[in-house]
Design a protein around this ligand. Structure first.
Ligand code: COA
Length: 166
């Protein structure tokens, strides 16, 4: 298993994953659901790669890097790291967002992928802790976080806010 940063050489596999990911599942949003391969190559891939060093983006946008979890020659998941927190991220989505391909769930990929993602995030994130947010009814994702040493910080009506010490 390997976590690989988004790149141009893996375009076909990344596109296939992106287009199969729902538009919104448990708060993980994907505005690129259903894009054609041509559109992905021309617009979406360069745009997502540019998120790491954003240009002409609104003030609220912090650098964000996408990684893909590979098992052999198949992408089984996507992990996104937001490099630092704004006030909105601190009380919102936090540093990391992730998803596992539907057919590949329940096999330990989520837990293993978050572990690899945290190793990278520790080097990037300036805050003392890694912030995560999960919906109260998303038991699988709560377990993925707890399996990686997350602790419960607080809750609102809909979510638990979890943190992992660096
Ligand atoms: C959440 C998600 C990433 C979990 O990925 P996964 O690869 O299935 O996770 P794992 O296989 O590592 O499973 C973690 C734990 O959840 C449990 N689990 C998996 N699917 C479950 C389900 N549908 N209901 C309850 N528990 C579940 C597993 O048994 C495992 O339990 P354990 O730690 O006691 O062994 C995946 O379901 C997903 O992509 N969901 C949609 C997007 C999403 O919710 N992203 C997270 C937003 S915070």
């Amino acid at each position: 298993m390997e976590l690989r940063k988004i790149n141009k050489n893996d375009a076909a596999n990344q596109w296939e994953y992106t287009t199969s990911l729902p538009e919104d599942e448990n708060g993980l949003t994907n505005p690129f659901h259903g894009v054609t391969y041509e559109e992905y190559l021309k617009k979406v891939l360069p745009l997502i790669i540019s998120y790491e060093h954003p240009k002409d983006m609104p003030d609220w946008f912090v650098p964000e890097t996408y990684y893909y979890l590979w098992d052999g020659d198949c992408i089984v998941g996507e992990f996104r790291i937001r490099h630092c927190l704004t006030e909105a991220l601190r009380s919102g989505a936090g540093h990391i967002g992730y998803s596992i391909r539907k057919e590949s769930r329940g096999k330990g990929y989520g837990t293993a992928g978050l572990k690899l993602t945290i190793q990278i995030a520790r080097e990037i994130v300036p805050e003392d802790e890694i912030y995560l947010r999960v919906k109260k009814d998303n038991i699988a994702s709560q377990k993925v976080m707890l399996n990686n040493g997350a602790y419960f910080a607080y809750e609102d009506e809909e979510h638990y806010f979890m943190r992992i010490r660096k």
